[in-house]
Structure formats: structure tokens, C-alpha cells
Design a protein around this ligand. Structure first.
Ligand code: ATP
Ligand code: MG
Length: 394
């Protein structure tokens, strides 16, 4: 008997003639995420198999695979010879062992199960249902209080009989993240802050197959080194799903001070966003990113009204994706918890947006007025150039 991790992939089935490309990208991303671990990878009949690994690393393998976009679900099982001549002796032995382990792990008094057999090998004498009934008998004999219930069972045991004389025996399916393999949907530049939303936005675009680069605006000494480390940590957490994310850190202090000195206080945030967007547009161009991504959600704060977004969008012709635009904070927080960014996001470090914050930011800024007052910053080009020149890459 050998342990095996069975990987099923989802949506990329739909991609017709692009399927080979999507598959090779998915395989590449799975292997990348498992770098440094010893195992063998095989592919057969629309499934991938991870085998020949040390049991001690199984949890780590699973943990990494279920973060790869494009993976639909996985199961952990045993690989055994089909062995029809000996009445499926190996399958039955593996199944009983699995059933015993499963029952030991439950507190349920009278647990129920079913066996589901899938048979790719059509030469076998018995059909799937007959094999299922036959092998289920062993389980019933081995565990007296285990009952069969085809419709309402606590456990489902699967026997997957392949064409090559091998079969997989497993119980339970662990859901993967779904989505498309990262890299199949071009590149995007994500504006990442230390907040809850932008890491979630990053995750969501990566889920649609986008390869991401991040940009963060810091305002030292008003923002601390700790605040920057927090953003780096958030980047590291989402990278587990999104594949490695290169990050630019822009020193935004001089620009913010200039806005604070030269522009009406209530437009501070609007104008700040416009400068962020201009710099992001230039970085996106250099990095060949076809889109800019933000974590904005409509109406969440003053800078996220239609009018504010209009003012921000006006400085760029690069498409801006806002994957959270229609989501409630609660929904965003649920995803942040699921992907493991929440605890880091709520650490109390200052963000550049919190300095020079006006008491009453404009909720409906008017674009022509914003454009007019922004001209007060006469050296804007110079300041932006300097910020771009001194940008740090992580
Ligand atoms: P987040 O939780 O992502 O910080 P938020 O609800 O705090 O979002 P804002 O602070 O208004 O909202 O920011 C809106 C978006 O602007 C963020 O989601 C992010 O994409 C971008 N952004 C804000 N501050 C920064 C920053 N310092 N560096 C990079 N991007 C930023
Ligand atoms: Mg924020």
C-alpha cells in the first residue's frame, strides 16, 4: 500500500483548446509551491497524483496544494493493485483499514457509510455497484455498529479503479480554492495598504489567474518601519496563494506634505489617491501590468463614493479593477479570516492615509475643482519623479 494525494482540477476543463496551456501552468504552480519537498508527480485521466513522499510531510504537502488556484479538491488515500483475480483483496484490506481509522475518529454512536466505486477499467466482470456492495460487506463484518446508508451517510468511501491495474481508496474530499491558475490572466499591479481589504482584493484577482505585483505607499517618519513590515507580512501571506509577489515601496511623504500645504483639507484623501494612481500607472507600464487593482468597496468610506472614484480614475487610462466593490465589510472580513490575513491586518500600525487626515473629507468631490486646486502643487511632476526614482523593491 502506498499513500497518495489525488488532485482534481476544476474550471480549466472548460477552456477547450487552451486546456493544455492552463494545465501546464497549473502543474507548474503546484510544483513551485512544493519546492524543496520530495515526492513524485504523475498525471492520468484528468487527475494529478502526488506519491512516494515521506508520511511526515503529508500535512505540509496538503496545506500547500489546497492553496493553489485551479485546484478544485484533493483527497488523501491509498494506492493498491486492483487485483480482480483475488477478489479485490488489496482494495478490501485498504478499505477496512480506512474504515477502522475513520470510525475511531468519530464520536457518533451509530455511524453510517456508503462505498462509491468508479470504474475506468470496463473489462472487470462486476460493475461499479456490484463491486461497491461486495467490498462494503468487509466493512460491515469488521465494524459491527457501522451501517450502510446510501443517501444519508456520515462517511463516503471511494474506490477509484483505474485502467492501469491500480486503484485508489480514500474517504473525504478536501476543497481547494478553485479559480484559475495564476499566470493565465496577465499581470496586475495591486495597491496594497496595511488594511483588511487590499490583501483580500489581491487574493481575489489571483484567484482569477492574475499574476500580481504590489505597490505600497509609506510616509516615513509619520509611518513606522513596523507598519511597513506589516505590509510585507501581508504580502507574504497572500503570496502562498498568489505565487511570489514582488513589491514596490514608494516614499510618499513629500507628496503628502505638499498636498497638505497646498490643497484644501477636505480634498486631502481624494488628491492623495490621485497621486497614488498616477505613480501606480507609471509602475504598471514599466512592469507591463495590464490593470491596477484596489481594495475599494462602494460607500465604505468618504473616498469610496462614486464621485471620489471618478476623481481617482480620471488620472489613468489603465483599467482599474476593484474586486470588492460590491461586498460588505463582513463578507470581506470572512475572506480575510479564511486566507489568514485578518489577524495581521488588524495590528494597530498607522497607515499613510491616517496622517493629515481632515476632520471632514469631501464625500462628493467635483473633478474640475479637484483638478484646479491640484495645480497649486507646482512641483508635482518633480515630486513624483523623485518618488519613482527612489522606489524600493522587495
Ligand atoms: P484597506 O483595508 O485595503 O486599507 P480601506 O478600507 O482602509 O482599505 P482606504 O484606506 O480608503 O480603504 O484605501 C482604499 C484602497 O486604496 C486600498 O484598498 C488600497 O488598494 C489603496 N491604498 C490605500 N492606502 C494605501 C497605501 N498606503 N499604499 C497602497 N495602497 C493604498
Ligand atoms: Mg486602509
Amino acid at each position: 500500500m502506498e499513500r497518495v494525494i489525488i488532485i482534481r482540477y476544476g474550471e480549466i476543463f472548460l477552456k477547450g483548446k487552451n486546456r493544455d496551456y492552463f494545465e501546464s501552468l497549473l502543474i507548474h504552480n503546484i510544483k513551485d509551491s512544493l519546492e524543496g519537498l520530495n515526492y513524485t508527480f504523475t498525471k492520468s485521466q484528468g487527475r494529478y497524483f502526488i506519491e512516494n513522499y515521506d508520511l511526515a510531510i503529508e500535512d505540509e504537502l496538503v496545506d500547500k496544494i489546497i492553496k493553489v488556484f485551479g485546484v478544485y479538491s484533493i483527497s488523501i488515500g491509498q494506492k493498491v493493485p486492483t487485483n480482480e483475480e483475488e477478489n479485490y483483496a488489496d482494495i478490501r484490506k485498504a478499505l477496512v483499514q480506512l474504515a477502522v481509522e475513520t470510525v475511531e475518529s468519530t464520536y457518533k454512536k451509530d455511524p453510517s457509510f456508503r462505498v462509491t466505486v468508479k470504474r475506468a477499467d470496463k473489462k472487470l466482470k462486476m460493475n461499479s455497484a456490484e463491486i461497491a456492495a461486495f467490498v462494503a460487506g468487509d466493512i460491515l463484518r469488521a465494524i459491527p455498529n457501522f451501517k450502510v446508508d446510501l443517501d444519508n451517510h456520515d462517511f463516503e468511501f471511494f474506490v477509484d479503479i483505474r485502467e492501469n491495474g491500480k486503484a485508489f481508496v480514500y474517504c473525504g474530499v478536501i476543497p481547494g480554492p478553485g479559480g484559475l491558475p495564476v499566470g493565465c490572466s496577465d499581470k496586475g499591479l495591486v495597491l496594497i495598504s496595511g488594511g483588511i481589504d487590499s490583501p483580500v482584493a489581491t487574493y481575489m484577482m489571483a484567484k482569477r489567474g492574475m499574476k500580481l505585483i504590489a505597490i505600497h505607499f509609506a510616509s516615513p517618519p509619520y509611518t513606522s518601519e513596523k507598519a511597513k513590515e506589516k505590509v510585507v507580512e501581508l504580502r507574504n501571506i497572500v503570496s502562498k496563494y498568489a505565487t511570489p509577489i514582488k513589491m514596490y515601496v514608494v516614499n510618499f511623504t513629500d507628496i503628502q506634505v505638499a498636498i497638505h500645504e497646498k490643497c484644501p483639507a477636505e480634498l486631502m484623501i481624494t488628491i492623495m489617491r490621485r497621486f497614488m494612481m498616477r505613480i501606480a500607472t507609471e509602475v504598471a507600464k514599466r512592469e507591463k501590468c495590464g490593470a491596477i487593482i484596489t481594495g475599494e468597496s462602494l460607500g465604505q468610506v468618504a473616498s469610496q463614493t462614486v464621485q471620489s472614484i471618478t476623481c481617482t480614475n480620471a488620472v489613468t487610462t489603465t483599467p482599474v479593477f476593484r474586486p470588492l466593490i460590491g461586498m460588505d465589510k463582513e463578507e470581506i472580513m470572512a475572506i480575510a479570516r479564511k486566507i489568514g490575513t485578518f489577524e495581521t491586518s488588524i495590528l494597530p500600525y498607522e497607515d499613510c492615509c491616517t496622517i493629515f487626515l481632515p476632520k471632514q473629507p469631501a464625500i462628493r468631490p467635483k473633478l474640475d475643482y479637484v483638478e484646479k486646486v491640484e495645480k497649486n502643487i507646482e512641483n508635482a511632476e518633480e515630486l513624483m519623479q523623485k518618488a519613482l526614482d527612489e522606489m524600493e523593491v522587495l
